[in-house]
Design a protein around this ligand. Structure first.
Ligand SMILES: [Fe+2]
Length: 424
């Protein structure tokens, strides 16, 4: 798919791209009942209704208000409710209290989306070349932003359903054993002077650049993700009870939260089960491990005699791998086992976000944009770790080799997993 900027000369494809991404958000909501849209099951989770409104607020605030002189918001008070964290865009509602808000209703939020969609359609209809040139990068950013929220919408509704004793099913999926995960093969990489970061061709977030040189020691990467079966061995070997395997902060977090198994796992008699978007499932030992914190990923890697990759190691390796995998379009909504016998790096894209050992910090020469949009990424560059590759909830048109996702090290409600690395 062409990016908005590439499609500049033709407003119609831009509108089609806009409508496609907006419609996909709403398709993801089709399995939901009205009551499901409103619940906030923890502070990190936002209600579905909020995601639908906030993504519309983004276009309203950053595209329509500054570039359409006669644009009138449907309801000016929505700016307070649906601004997430943009301090320069004005006051905002408390994040942890998004679930207290029963109005606007779900129907009114859909009407808000229609209002914004109509105004965006008119803008693209009427815009001359110079206006298009100014708004195209903002529309692209708004659509990439909406795709990020599509993923959050899924991980958030998973958490909402998980705390419901009825354990609702978002999407039914036949029970089938995963193919046997063959032992890991270690693939060598030479290291040396390499370049990482986005080169400026096509869309990227500001945090992916500038492209710059890094020096890597020779290293090896596992050819597939860590499986549930491998993690069960770590647990059986006392992984959660052996302080020597853990970072000090990780050990403290594990004690504080009472971690004794991955998030969403549950013991039933002799077996482990876990909550999935297809309801409760027996843990399949050959499927990729997911919903683990950075701290658990790090402790597991130490137990396994390996380590987490750095983000530069990951990106240099990924530059040689086609961007294909188990993405949200597969509608599996769960990581899939590695294809048996396939050569090279498997599961690099899709399935689970891979924790790296790299702190989320600016690349050399990074400058956030001026104004509120400069708050998109840059102000979070402290106390978080970089994850790479996308997940089963990420769109295939959203991920890139240079993409830097980031979460605090104790976060577990995203589709997070592990690929091991080691020194050559
Ligand atoms: Fe957002």
């Amino acid at each position: 798919m062409a990016t908005v900027v590439e499609a500049l000369a033709h407003p119609t494809p831009v509108l089609a791209y806009f409508q496609e991404v907006r419609a996909f958000t709403e398709r993801l909501c089709e399995p939901l009942a009205t009551e499901d849209y409103v619940v906030q099951s923890m502070a990190d989770v936002s209600p579905t209704k909020w995601h639908l409104a906030h993504t519309s607020w983004f276009f309203e605030t950053f595209v329509l208000a500054p570039h359409v002189p006669d644009y009138r918001p449907l309801e000016p008070a929505y700016a307070f409710l649906f601004n997430s964290y943009y301090v320069q865009a004005g006051e905002r509602h408390c994040r942890a209290q998004r679930g207290y808000i029963s109005r606007p209703t779900v129907a009114e939020v859909y009407a808000y989306r229609r209002h914004v969609d109509a105004a965006m359609g008119e803008l693209l209809d009427r815009a001359d070349a110079s206006l298009l040139e100014r708004v195209a990068p903002l529309i692209e950013l708004g659509l990439q932003h909406e795709q990020q929220h599509q993923e959050l919408l899924l991980t958030d509704i998973k958490h909402v359903f998980s705390v419901n004793p009825l354990r609702p099913v978002y999407r039914a999926r036949p029970v089938a054993s995963a193919p046997w995960a063959a032992p890991v093969a270690w693939l060598p990489f030479a290291g040396g002077l390499q370049e990482i970061g986005h080169d400026g061709a096509g869309f990227a977030y500001d945090n992916e650049g500038p492209r710059h040189r890094v020096y890597l020691q020779p290293y090896q990467l596992a050819d597939r993700l860590v499986t549930n079966g491998e993690y069960l061995e770590f647990m059986a070997d006392g992984g959660y009870r052996r302080a020597e395997l853990w970072l000090s902060l990780g050990w403290a977090a594990a004690q504080e939260h009472g971690w004794t198994e991955p998030f969403y796992w549950e013991r039933r008699a002799a077996d482990w089960w876990h909550f999935t978007l297809s309801g409760m499932r027996r843990v399949d030992p050959d499927e990729p491990l997911t919903h683990i914190s950075y701290f658990e990923a790090d402790a597991f890697a130490r137990w396994a005699g390996a380590r987490l990759p750095t983000e530069a190691e990951w990106e240099v390796a990924a530059a040689t791998v086609p961007r294909a995998g188990n993405f949200v379009e597969e509608a599996r909504f769960h990581p899939a086992a590695a294809e048996p016998g396939a050569p090279g790096l498997r599961q690099l894209y899709g399935d689970v976000w891979e924790w790296t050992q790299s702190p989320y910090v600016p690349y050399p020469g990074f400058r956030p944009a001026a104004g509120a949009l400069g708050e998109y990424n840059g102000k979070f560059m402290c106390n978080q770790y970089v994850l790479r590759g996308g997940s089963c909830a990420t769109s295939r048109t959203h991920i890139r080799a240079t993409y830097r996702n980031f979460f605090p090290p104790e976060a577990t409600w995203q589709f997070t997993g592990v690929r091991l690395a080691r020194d050559a």
